[in-house]
Design a protein around this ligand. Structure first.
Ligand SMILES: [Zn+2]
Length: 153
């Protein structure tokens, strides 16, 4: 079988008739994002680790994280990749244009990495440690798409 035979190309929209609950901490995160364009996380009361996105229990010392903190909105690229393989975006049901950047962002004041799209630029290639900021959607809907992507400063 030729290598090309493994590639299936489809057009049109894919219907995804399901929803999921983001939980108490995810709800607060998206509420703050939508209503105030603020990035919030939680801080462990024992070790001080700040989680963004927020998680209820610290994975280092198993304490319940109860202190909400605002971080960013700027941060830096902790890691990244450039996606060049076309595929159907499960969030939109249509093929996402390639290439695009996908990064792991550490918001200022956070200890964990936050995954999202990163704008590619011919003039300034992505690099670890590059300063970035989120570009917000015009219409906020309390979803991860409220941040369209991150751009380098
Ligand atoms: Zn901790």
């Amino acid at each position: 079988m030729a290598r090309e035979d493994h590639l299936v190309i489809s057009s049109g929209k894919a219907v995804q008739p399901f929803h999921y609950a983001v939980g108490l901490y995810g709800s607060k995160f998206f509420h703050e994002l939508k209503e105030h364009r603020r990035i919030v996380g939680v801080k462990c009361g024992k070790c001080g680790k700040v989680y963004v996105p927020p998680r209820r229990v610290c994975n280092a010392c198993f304490e319940e994280n109860k202190e909400w903190v605002e971080v960013g909105p700027q941060g830096e690229i902790g890691s990244f990749t450039i996606v060049r393989y076309a595929f159907i975006d499960p969030e939109t049901g249509v093929q996402r244009p390639v290439p695009y950047g996908y990064g792991f962002i550490r918001f200022d004041g956070a200890d964990t990495l936050f995954q999202h799209f990163v704008e590619l630029s011919d003039e300034r290639p992505l690099k670890i440690g590059a300063r970035v900021e989120p570009v917000f959607a015009d219409e906020m809907k309390a979803t991860i798409r409220d941040i369209r992507y991150f751009r380098m400063l």
